[in-house]
Design a protein around this ligand. Structure first.
Ligand SMILES: CC(C)(COP(=O)(O)OP(=O)(O)OC[C@H]1O[C@@H](n2cnc3c(N)ncnc32)[C@H](O)[C@@H]1OP(=O)(O)O)[C@@H](O)C(=O)NCCC(=O)NCCS
Length: 189
């Protein structure tokens, strides 16, 4: 088990993430961690995320990002957004869920979209702390995410954070299959 390294968790606003140096750091973490199996994302995937996906997240009024660092050394980040009424989050379900489960209004469900801890800092509790920091302020009743069933660390990690599988999703018909995970959330008092 790796020796724990002290961490600082920063909650960043969309404007703070958009500052070029910070954005380069976040995109660098994305590229480094998602290059690993089973993701195997390459420079084209990273460019697409930076150019098209990240701007959509930054424009979401329910955007949240937790940046983990040891002094000036980045350790990881977690990004999520509130699901808005026009979300396509549930549209890739292999077996569609009942409409009452997939109706979103911006206040019901917080979706964790990206979650990366750099290799040397894993199994030290950092992921658990990042998740708590990311969803802690959420005032709605549930949080959700998708995971790759072929990523054993992610499967074990999200089960340990209290998520349960509610089916499978294939958002891109040519892309991989994901397990759709849901968790009841205790809003802050
Ligand atoms: C999944 C990931 C975020 C976990 O982060 P982490 O900082 O190592 O997680 P933690 O140390 O907080 O682990 C918390 C608990 O999750 C479980 N867990 C985490 N990694 C595990 C692994 N490799 N095998 C088994 N259980 C694991 C354990 O129950 C662990 O508690 P314990 O160490 O006291 O036994 C990290 O492995 C990672 O970034 N992987 C690559 C990117 C990725 O898959 N992201 C998720 C996308 S859905």
């Amino acid at each position: 088990m790796p020796a724990p390294v002290a961490w600082t968790l920063d909650h960043l606003t969309a404007d703070e993430v958009a500052v070029p140096a910070m954005r380069r750091t976040i995109v660098g973490l994305y590229a480094e961690v998602y290059a690993e199996p089973p993701y195997l994302r390459g420079p084209d995937d990273t460019r697409l995320w930076d150019d098209e996906v990240l701007p959509r997240h930054l424009a979401n009024p329910g955007f949240a990002l937790v940046f983990a660092r040891h002094g000036g050394t980045p350790m990881g980040f977690a990004l999520g957004t509130a699901l808005q009424p026009d979300t396509r989050w549930w549209s890739g379900m292999v077996d569609p869920l009942p409409a009452r489960m997939t109706r979103e209004d911006g206040a019901q469900t917080f979706a964790v979209y990206e979650f990366v801890v750099r290799k040397p800092y894993r199994r030290t509790g950092l992921g658990r702390a990042m998740h708590r920091a990311l969803v802690g302020p959420w005032t709605g009743p549930r949080t959700t995410l998708t995971l790759r069933p072929s990523a054993p660390a992610a499967v074990a990690f999200w089960a340990a954070q209290g998520y349960r599988a509610v089916g499978f999703s294939r958002p891109d018909p040519a892309g991989p299959l994901y397990t759709m995970m849901l968790r009841d959330h205790e809003p802050p008092r």
